[in-house]
Design a protein around this ligand. Structure first.
Ligand code: AMP
Length: 194
């Protein structure tokens, strides 16, 4: 499955100084939602790529009802639909703690945490050796805004998927391995595609 992360797509566009990146940057820096007209188009274009034909995992999308409906409409036009929605529940305090200690590798995308998953050598990626960085929007003040913005839209979104029986809730504060097991059990084995 293609793993498609809306935030990463925005960050790539910002780094590459594309038109979309230029428009999205002021929102991303402040931790605000990028307007739907930019976000929906970006995601629909991405899921039309060949690597998403066998299926995809969307990470960070949808973040409001309009995004969910636009996605469903686009998929329905191709006689497809979202199978499952995973909601990983973590308290606000824990989210702030996790994001404040998060370090990312720009090169290979690996993610570390100062306390719970430190790299072997401070500041360097275990996998590829590149320098690690902290996201500007992981600063606690911006994280607070991100949480507020996201939580405002969360309940209607959960209700939307719950009514179709597609919502799976997983406790994200369990041990990493337990969360992983539960997520794998929730999605089931990927289908073999000839
Ligand atoms: P994330 O990496 O998921 O925390 O996303 C980083 C930032 O990208 C967010 O704070 C938003 O500014 C923007 N973003 C990511 N996904 C979406 C989305 N589905 N709708 C609107 N903005 C988004």
């Amino acid at each position: 499955m293609a793993h498609i992360t809306s935030g990463e797509l925005f960050r790539e566009n910002i780094r590459g100084k594309t038109e979309l990146g230029r428009k999205a940057q002021p929102f991303v820096e402040r931790g605000l939602l990028v307007p739907n007209e930019l976000t929906v188009g970006m995601i629909l274009e991405r899921i039309s790529q060949p690597d998403a034909r066998r299926g995809f995992l969307l990470d960070g999308y949808p973040r409001n009802l309009e995004q969910a409906r636009a996605l469903d409409r686009a998929l329905a036009a191709q006689e497809k639909a979202i199978d499952k929605t995973l909601y990983i529940k973590v308290s606000d305090e824990e989210l702030v703690r996790r994001l404040a200690g998060r370090w990312n590798c720009r090169q290979c995308g690996a993610v570390y945490h100062e306390q719970s998953m430190p790299p072997k050598q401070s500041g360097a990626c275990d996998r590829c050796g590149s320098a690690l960085y902290q996201r500007e929007d992981d600063r606690p003040d911006v994280v607070r805004t991100r949480l507020e913005v996201n939580l405002k839209e969360l309940e209607p979104l959960l209700a939307y998927y719950r009514k179709d029986g597609k919502l799976i809730e997983v406790d994200g504060e369990l041990e990493v391995e337990r969360v992983k097991e539960k997520l794998l059990a929730a999605v089931g084995r990927p289908q073999e595609v000839p």
